[in-house]
Ligand binder design. Sequence first.
Ligand SMILES: [Zn+2]
Length: 295
Amino acid sequence: MQLRCAAFLGSALIATHAAWGWGGEGHQIVGAIAMTRLTPEARAAIVELLGDEDLATAGLWADQIRGDPTYDWAKPFHYVNLPRTAEAIDLARDCPTGECVVAAIPRFLAEAANRSLPHEKRKEALKFAVHFIGDLHQPLHAGYKDDLGGNRIQIVAFGDQKTNLHALWDTVLINHRTSGDWKRLAEELVAAAQPGLVAEWQSNLDSTDWANESAAITRAIYRDLPADQKVDEAYYAANIETIRRRLTAGGYRMAAALNKAFAAAAVPAPVAPTAKPSGQRAPAAEDRRQVPAAD
Ligand SMILES: [Zn+2]
């Protein structure tokens, strides 16, 4: 989410390190689940924009560029903060300039699907959209500013693992028993997904609702945090199902959101010139320049 602790990387390099959303595995899991539910139109659009890269890998990019000042403008888009006393997100209060994850998701989905934009811009927009859909399903991305979404709350996990609350939910709990085998976990979550729940998730593509779900879980996380800030097997057992459910919901919703965005962006049918109202510019000619010729 946001910058926090210093971490040793390798032997000598000290880098500012932060927990910024599901760790790599979380984003890979969400992307891999989404790949199982794409329409042919969405799949074709993703190949057009990303080439060989799939959504599991594409979801990592927005964290990989966090050190690049060119992209500093995107930093607030990974999360939304709300008051601790708030029951729900209020975009006028919590995202007044549109610089939060709730607004970023529809913005970048629309940019990714907009054939009048340059290819490179659409490609980046797709990678941002994919990452932010993942982020918003990590509950602590609808969190509190005063502790940087839990980054300032020190935690000791499973006896000796020093971490913080945000990182605990990003990576530590996911990896506790899977040991980084995210592909297997993604397959397991797809196999375990209940069709009724999947339909429910996919029927609601409103990112404000997704944020409210996360905010509700965040409230419970703070309420249930052990006073000594030590988490153990009992904490894992009590919370892992929530994490599995958020990863799964994120994956299926990502597919549904991309299917919808790219269905709307399907190659427009040729329009007879006489059908255009006079005085209105026809966007189709320019749009079609981006589109490979049909067979
Ligand atoms: Zn992020």
